[in-house]
Design a protein around this ligand. Structure first.
Ligand code: SF4
Length: 123
């Protein structure tokens, strides 16, 4: 059965491990990304321009190829069927924070970025 098409993000990845099959762990640092990934999540990490990617991350295609979330749909958590077929977990996502590049992003993605940006600035 194909996976439902959606994008979803959570900051409550520690409390809700089962969400890894449906949502990205929304994180603000490399340490948080590694922790959430160790818990089994794919991550959606807010970075600043020039910050290096982790080996299992790709930049958000909205920012590199101007695709919309509706076209991309990479932020849909883990995918057991895909993992069974390929033996691999889909890449995690890194998104550069600079507000002008959010055009075409889904509301949940924009919300996750805004919240991560806020938490990152407060840290
Ligand atoms: S465009 Fe970026 S934010 Fe939207 S689904 Fe794809 S990777 Fe996620």
């Amino acid at each position: 059965m194909p996976k439902a098409q959606h994008t979803a993000y959570t900051h409550a990845y520690v409390k809700m491990l089962w969400l890894k099959w449906h949502a990205m762990a929304s994180v603000e640092s490399e340490a948080q990304a590694l922790f959430a990934q160790a818990l089994g999540y794919r991550t959606f990490r807010v970075i600043v321009e020039g910050e290096p990617l982790l080996p299992n991350e790709i930049p958000c295609p909205n920012q590199t190829h101007k695709v919309t979330c509706a076209q991309c749909m990479l932020c849909d958590g883990r995918d057991s069927a895909w993992e069974r077929i390929t033996g691999r977990i889909k890449k995690s996502i890194a998104v550069v924070v600079h507000g002008s590049e959010l055009k075409g992003m889904s509301k949940p993605a924009r919300f996750a970025i805004a919240k991560a940006k806020q938490l990152r600035e407060a840290a």
